[in-house]
Design a protein around this ligand. Structure first.
Ligand code: ADP
Length: 189
């Protein structure tokens, strides 16, 4: 199986690049943000809970997120592999994912980390807010909080994969095609 963690701060381009990778490698795309947003739209219990955190730019609690992710993986027994987009976002999530994949007799192949500097992220998120309608993209304070949470809780997840020699840094500045080609090159390496 080819199991990719696509990593990067809010606005790094994970969603856009995931589309490209799915097409090329036939992977199942699991975006925790998208799954939470679908639950919010469907007004499920999970959605109501997730919304209370997401609207403030905070992380949804680990246990809730991990349980949801597990059941999504188990829903795709035929998968050739997965792209994990927006997950794991804490070291606790990364450990839980490793343990779960081991039970499933598989593992993470690689973490591809899109690197984009903070000012560029803020510009991209403000632009996305105009088309996405996402509450968490529209408010500069919420954006700042998401970047803060990323730096404090999520960036350390890089070290988790670095320790396993699975971390690859990708320059996230350039055209969409350029960045896709960098990702393909890293996967085929
Ligand atoms: P972005 O990467 O632009 O912040 P996402 O769609 O990945 O957008 O995430 C939006 C929000 O969903 C996050 O700010 C957080 O509240 C919640 N979320 C997504 N993934 C996770 C996760 N793995 N753990 C906890 N909360 C998450």
């Amino acid at each position: 199986m080819l199991n990719i963690v696509l990593f990067g701060p809010p606005g790094a381009g994970k969603g856009t690049q995931s589309e490209r990778l799915i097409g090329k490698y036939g992977l199942i795309h699991l975006s925790t943000g998208d799954i939470f947003r679908a639950n919010i739209k469907g007004e499920t219990e999970l959605g109501v809970l997730a919304k209370s955190y997401m609207d403030k730019g905070q992380l949804v609690p680990d246990e809730v997120t991990i349980n949801m992710l597990r059941s999504e993986v188990l829903n795709h027994p035929e998968a050739k592999g997965f792209i994990f987009d927006g997950f794991p976002r804490t070291n606790a999530q990364a450990s839980a994912l490793d343990a779960f994949l081991e039970e499933q007799k598989t593992a993470i192949t690689v973490m591809l980390a899109l690197e984009v500097e903070e000012n560029e992220l803020k510009t991209r998120l403000a632009k996305r807010a105009e088309i996405s309608g996402r509450i968490d993209d529209a408010n500069p304070e919420v954006i700042a909080n998401r970047i803060h949470v990323y730096n404090n809780e999520t960036a350390p997840v890089k070290d988790f994969y670095q320790a396993q020699n699975k971390f690859v840094s990708i320059n996230g500045i350039g055209t969409i095609d350029e960045i896709t080609n960098r990702l393909f090159a890293a996967i085929n390496n």
